[in-house]
Design a protein around this ligand. Structure first.
Ligand code: ADP
Ligand code: C5P
Ligand code: MG
Length: 208
């Protein structure tokens, strides 16, 4: 039997022909507004939104054999091994039939980044980075009210630490390549989206 990585590679082969896949990585601390802004980008620019965190939570719910491991990692704010997350992302990309993706909350660390590049050979168009102070993110997470097991102050502190130590270096990596589009996320949802719209202007607007 092949490994998970083998099956991802097989899946990659079945991306239709030479179809150019556009990927935008959406990064930012927990509560910076990634999901909120992605929903607006989808409405306006026809991307498919794939949140790595949402896919991992769905995997727990589906009763998969990885469910307990993923659940424990999320409760502790730790990052799930890349092969698990990439497998879910790649499946969702294939199932969507689309060729434009917002990949939200990924790559979260160097392991995520390098594995995605090795397995899919996809180079992101750019990185949309939501910059937000911790106090503002903490406030938003504590009032998010989506029943998430990780939106409590103890786990939030751990997630902030992981973000600074593991995720910000990935933003730095892409910044050196000139690929980071940094947005001040400490404004209202619409003010943030006004800036996001300018960044997405090279992509065609969806027909009304
Ligand atoms: P992320 O996906 O980055 O963790 P979310 O989009 O889920 O963040 O937003 C976290 C919480 O903050 C949600 O309750 C959302 O409604 C709220 N929120 C998002 N953007 C803003 C904003 N610009 N100003 C105030 N609250 C916001
Ligand atoms: O992005 P979101 O806040 O939904 O992520 C929730 C949790 O999912 C993270 O704190 C982490 O435990 C897990 N996750 C992960 N790897 C990713 C994205 C999320 O392990 N690339
Ligand atoms: Mg989110």
């Amino acid at each position: 039997m092949g490994t998970v990585v083998d099956s991802i590679k097989d899946a990659h082969v079945s991306f239709p022909g030479d179809k150019k896949i556009a990927v935008v990585f959406v990064l930012g601390g927990p509560g910076s507004g990634k999901g909120t802004q992605c929903a607006k980008i989808v409405e306006n620019y026809g991307f498919t939104h794939l949140s790595a965190g949402d896919l991992l939570r769905a995997e727990i719910k589906s009763g998969s054999e990885n469910g307990t491991m993923i659940s424990n990692m999320i409760k502790e704010g730790k990052i799930v091994p890349a092969e698990v997350t990439i497998n879910l992302l790649q499946k969702a990309m294939l199932e969507s039939g689309n060729d434009k993706f917002l990949i939200d909350g990924f790559p979260r660390n160097e392991e995520n980044r390098a594995a995605f590049e090795n397995v899919t050979k996809i180079e992101p168009e750019f990185i949309l980075f939501f910059d937000c102070p911790e106090e503002e993110m903490e406030c938003r997470l504590l009032s998010r009210n989506q029943g998430r097991v990780d939106d409590n102050i103890e786990t939030i502190r751990k997630r902030f630490k992981v973000f600074v130590e593991s995720s910000l270096p990935v933003v730095g990596y892409y910044d050196l390549k000139g690929k980071v589009r940094k947005v001040d996320a400490a404004k209202t949802v619409n003010e943030v989206f006004d800036v996001v719209k300018d960044i997405f202007s090279p992509f065609h607007k969806k027909a009304e």
